[in-house]
Write a protein that binds this ligand. Structure first.
Ligand code: IDP
Length: 138
């Protein structure tokens, strides 16, 4: 099934000039980048994005990390895109991620893991509305 998922290159990825390289990996894996922008995320939006983690002990650190500099937000389209992107990105902890996944290759630690990708079609829709509201204001 043709799907669209939301991906964010987090501040540690932008800071280390990995943006172009990471985008290329998506294209190389047959994913089409249909919308893309660099933004400075506001804390309120990141709180909404990670609302389900608000009780976690690392939540405040997560907000600080995610808002410390610009992020690159994009939509990746393709066959079975949600799962294929999660596979390409790898699991949360880079040390536990499979070889050649982007987090394994570039993630620093369990917190600064370079990339966010939606975990389901429902999350992708919710997160797309949050980060690309302009696409819905027809
Ligand atoms: P995911 O990004 O792999 O879907 P989530 O559990 O939704 O993982 O966590 C969201 C983000 O919160 C992670 O990508 C990571 O940046 C941060 N995070 C998750 N677990 C920890 C932790 O145990 N310590 C610090 N940061 C964490």
């Amino acid at each position: 099934m043709e799907e669209r998922t939301l991906v964010i290159i987090k501040p540690d990825g932008v800071e280390r000039n990995l943006t172009g390289h990471l985008l290329k990996e998506f294209e190389r894996n047959d994913l089409r980048i249909s919308h893309l922008k660099t933004i400075q995320p506001e804390t309120a939006r990141v709180r909404k994005h990670y609302a389900e983690l608000s009780d976690m002990p690392f939540f405040n650190d997560l907000l600080t990390y995610f808002t410390r500099g610009p992020v690159v937000v994009f939509l990746a389209d393709g066959e079975n895109a949600v799962n294929r992107v999660r596979e390409l990105v790898g699991v949360t902890d880079p040390k536990a991620a499979r070889p050649n996944t982007l987090r394994r290759l570039y993630g620093i630690d369990k917190s600064e893991n370079t990339i966010h990708a939606s975990d389901s079609i429902e999350s992708a829709e919710r997160e797309t509305k949050l980060w690309f509201p302009e696409l819905f204001n027809a």
